[in-house]
Design a protein around this ligand. Structure first.
Ligand SMILES: C[S@@+](CC[C@H](N)C(=O)[O-])C[C@H]1O[C@@H](n2cnc3c(N)ncnc32)[C@H](O)[C@@H]1O
Length: 313
C-alpha cells in the first residue's frame, strides 16, 4: 500500500477520497479541533496532529504528500487580498515537500487562485515545486464531471518527482449531460432525496437577511447544488423551500409564503460527495459542522485525481 502525509487535512474530505484510492495515510494535520474530531472518527488509523503546521518539525517519510492550504484569501467568499498571511501557507507545504521528498504530491485550491491578482502566487508555487525537483501539472477541474452534484471548480497542482520515468495526466470526466461519459451528472435529488424534510437541529435557522437575499440561493431537486460554503448562515436553500424571484439588481424575494430552510450540514456533506455513513460527532456547535464540511475537498473529486497518479510506488 503506498503511504501518504496529509497537511491542512480538515475533517478529511480529501483524505476519505485518498484512502479509497488505496493510500495508507500516516499523518494528518489541522488546527481546528472539530476537524480533528470528525477526521479521527472516520479515519482512526491516521496519526492526526492538532497544531499549527509551522510547529511540525519532522514529517514521516511517505510516497505522497497532499495539502489543500486555506483559501480565504483567494475565494469568492473571502477578502481578496493578495498580501494576507494566510495566502502564504503554501511555503509550509513546500518545506514539507523538501523534507519528505515524496514520489508525488497533490495540492488543491480554489479557482480564484487563477485570477490575475493572484496569478503571481500560483506561479510562485509552481516554480517552487519545480525547483524542489518535480514535474508539475496544473489544471482547473469541475467537481460535477467527477460525480459530485454541485457547482464547484477547483485548481489542482500535481507533481511527480523528476527522477521518476512518469508524467501525470489529469483524469477524464466520468459524468456529463451529453452522453459522452458512462454516467450522467448527479443532482440534488440523487444525493439527498432520501433524507428527512425537516431534520430538527441540523440546519441553520438564522433569519434570511438582506445579504442572504441579494442573490439567488435556490436550486431545484433536478439541478446541481450551488457551491457548498463554510458559513452556516450563507448556505443555500433546501429545494422544498419556495423559489426566489429577482425584483431588483441585488434583491430576491420568495415566490410564496411556504416555509423555507437552508440545507442541513448533513445534506451539505452528501452534496460534497461524503459517504452516507460519514460520522459527524456531536462535540461542536452546528456552525462548526457546516464549516468543516464547506471547507472540504469533495472526496470523489480527490479520489479521481489521486486515482490517476501513475504507478510509481
Ligand atoms: C481548505 S481547508 C482543507 C480541507 C481538507 N483538505 C478537506 O478536504 O477536508 C484548509 C484547512 O487548513 C487549516 N489550517 C489553516 N491554517 C492552518 C495552520 N497554520 N496549520 C494547520 N492547518 C491550518 C484550516 O483549519 C482548514 O481546515
Amino acid at each position: 500500500m503506498p503511504t501518504a502525509v496529509s497537511l491542512f487535512s480538515g475533517c478529511g474530505g480529501s483524505d476519505v477520497g485518498l484512502h479509497k484510492a488505496g493510500f495508507d495515510i500516516l499523518m494528518a494535520n489541522d488546527i481546528l479541533p472539530y476537524a480533528r474530531d470528525v477526521y479521527t472518527a472516520n479515519l482512526p488509523e491516521t496519526d492526526f496532529r492538532l497544531c499549527d503546521v509551522a510547529t511540525v518539525k519532522n514529517f514521516p517519510q511517505a510516497d505522497l504528500l497532499v495539502g489543500c492550504y486555506p483559501c480565504q484569501g483567494f475565494s469568492q467568499g473571502g477578502v481578496r487580498d493578495p498580501s494576507r498571511k494566510i495566502n502564504y501557507l503554501y511555503r509550509e507545504f513546500d518545506r514539507a515537500l523538501r523534507q519528505i521528498k515524496p514520489k508525488a504530491f497533490i495540492v488543491e485550491n480554489v479557482s480564484g487562485m487563477r485570477r490575475a491578482d493572484f496569478r503571481h502566487l500560483l506561479n510562485n508555487q509552481i516554480t517552487r515545486f519545480r525547483m524542489a525537483g518535480y514535474k508539475v501539472e496544473c489544471d482547473l477541474l469541475d467537481a460535477r464531471k467527477y460525480g459530485v452534484p454541485q457547482e464547484r471548480q477547483r485548481v489542482f497542482i500535481v507533481g511527480i518527482r523528476s527522477d521518476l520515468d512518469a508524467r501525470y495526466v489529469f483524469p477524464k470526466p466520468t459524468h456529463s449531460d451529453d452522453g459522452t461519459t458512462e454516467n450522467s451528472f448527479r443532482n440534488i435529488r440523487d444525493a439527498i432525496g432520501d433524507l428527512p424534510e425537516w431534520p430538527e437541529g441540523e440546519y441553520n435557522t438564522e433569519v434570511f437577511h438582506w445579504y442572504y437575499l441579494s442573490r439567488n440561493r435556490y436550486r431545484g431537486w433536478d439541478e446541481a447544488s450551488r457551491t457548498i460554503v463554510a458559513k452556516g448562515r450563507h448556505v443555500s436553500l433546501h429545494p422544498i423551500s419556495p423559489r426566489l424571484n429577482r425584483i431588483h439588481t441585488d434583491k430576491w424575494v420568495f415566490e410564496d409564503d411556504r416555509p423555507a430552510r437552508r440545507l442541513s450540514f448533513r445534506e451539505c456533506a452528501r452534496l460534497q460527495g461524503f459517504p452516507n455513513d460519514m460520522l459527524f460527532p456531536d462535540s461542536a456547535i452546528l456552525n462548526e459542522k457546516y464549516k468543516v464540511v464547506g471547507n472540504a475537498v469533495p472526496p470523489p473529486l480527490f479520489n479521481a485525481v489521486a486515482g490517476a497518479l501513475p504507478d510509481v510506488w
